[in-house]
Design a protein around this ligand. Structure first.
Ligand SMILES: Cc1cc2nc3c(=O)[nH]c(=O)nc-3n(C[C@H](O)[C@H](O)[C@H](O)COP(=O)(O)O)c2cc1C
Length: 373
């Protein structure tokens, strides 16, 4: 099975769309598929100008054909059994890049208006070439709300129906902005492992098993919307500060190093605050605990996570009655939180210290996904 995945995010590899596509394609390859991923932004696509030259003067060939990368992927498009449309949600719809790609498919059709042979009540254009037989959608978005995907899902399903592509479904991920950040990627490791399993299942079974579909739709931020806002706003404030902007000033464009903060470095404080977004309330049950962080090194600070009633809050300052206290240099905890250092081994090596309920430290993996010591 040949799979063509199109990444419609302008951020190319530093994008949430890419991270999901990458995991999905890995799973598809596990099941024997032959996959190719194309970053549409790398094709320098020019928009269709509606001249119909591709229908009239040079049938099947666009005026832009020697000026951008569209022609270079058309063999893969025609040969694909499955196309995966990957696009972040932009203004409740697909990105301009993805729309430009779809518009540029015009030369694949002939000008004639005919009844669709497979749905005679509908009008169509005869196709010059076969396209993919099946299609699906992968889309992340910034807000934590799932309902805003509805207009775009409707659009893609309708396009698929009109092209007679069998629709394989959607992988939608709200609140996905942290997923584009390399340093935060480990927080999403369990989700991406499920995406990979989904890729394999889609190739083997042609559809997602219900249990997996349910797992993929799960809320990755069970701390709730307000905790998510707090975390997101803290993140933007921090980025603005790095640009020398006081909070509330007009944000500047993101620099490349901001888009890949493995080097630029999210602060240890933000990474700890980020644990509220991966908190697993079901695993916590009725746990009532204060996990205090006494951080030294380059980014000193004291703050804590308050776990109660199935929620987890980030609080500045020491906890009045800490259940567990972690004392670490910021460099050490950042390396652990971003998956670059093994937490258990670091403890055994004396790289950081833990006081209080060490059993809670052992449970951190279960409580916070892979944001663990
Ligand atoms: C121009 C623009 C429009 C956006 N519109 C929406 C939107 O309507 N709803 C939303 O939740 N997020 C919106 N976002 C946020 C992106 O969907 C979000 O940052 C996403 O994770 C980016 O994915 P990427 O890293 O794959 O590019 C928008 C972002 C941009 C730059």
């Amino acid at each position: 099975m040949k799979v063509l995945a199109l990444n419609g995010s302008p951020r190319k590899r530093v994008s949430a769309t890419f991270r999901i596509l990458e995991a999905l394609l890995a799973g598809m390859e596990d099941a024997g598929a032959d996959t190719r991923l194309v970053h549409l932004a790398a094709l320098d696509l020019r928009p269709c100008v509606g001249c119909y030259t591709c229908w009239v003067a040079t049938p099947g060939a666009c005026i832009h054909r020697d000026r951008d990368g569209m022609a270079g992927i058309m063999d893969d498009w025609r040969a694909a059994d499955v196309v995966v449309f990957g696009t972040p949600l932009y203004h409740f719809s697909m990105t301009g890049l993805m729309k430009t790609f779809l518009d540029r498919l015009l030369p694949e059709s002939e000008p004639w208006l005919v009844p669709d042979p497979r749905a005679p009540a509908q009008t169509t254009h005869p196709r010059r070439h076969d396209g993919p037989a099946r299609a699906m959608l992968v889309s992340p978005c910034g807000f934590p709300d799932t309902d805003q995907f509805a207009p775009m899902v409707h659009t893609f399903r309708y396009i698929a129906e009109r092209h007679h592509w069998t629709w394989m479904g959607e992988l939608l991920r709200p609140g996905a902005e942290p997923l584009s950040r390399t340093a935060l990627a480990p927080l999403f490791a369990p989700y991406l492992a499920d995406v990979r399993r989904a890729g394999a299942a889609l190739v083997r079974e042609g559809r997602l098993p219900d249990a997996l579909a349910e797992a993929l739709g799960r809320d990755l931020f069970p701390g709730g919307r307000i905790a998510f806002y707090q975390q997101a706003n803290r993140f933007w404030t921090e980025l603005m500060a790095r640009h020398g902007r006081p909070a509330g000033a007009t944000p500047t464009a993101l620099a490349e190093e901001d888009l890949d903060p493995a080097d630029a470095g999210l602060s240890c404080r933000t990474l700890v605050a980020g644990m509220t977004t991966t908190f697993a309330s079901a695993a916590a049950g009725d746990l009532d605990a204060r996990i205090e962080f006494r951080i030294g090194g380059a980014e000193p600070g004291t703050y804590h996570l308050a776990v109660e009633n199935g929620t987890c809050r980030f609080e500045e300052g020491p906890a009045s009655t800490p259940t567990l206290t972690i004392e670490a240099e910021s460099e050490v905890w950042t390396a652990i939180a971003t998956g670059r250092r093994d937490g258990r081994r670091a403890l055994e090596e004396g790289a950081y210290r833990a006081r209080g309920d060490i059993g809670l430290l052992v449970r951190m993996n279960e409580l916070f996904g892979s944001a663990r010591p």
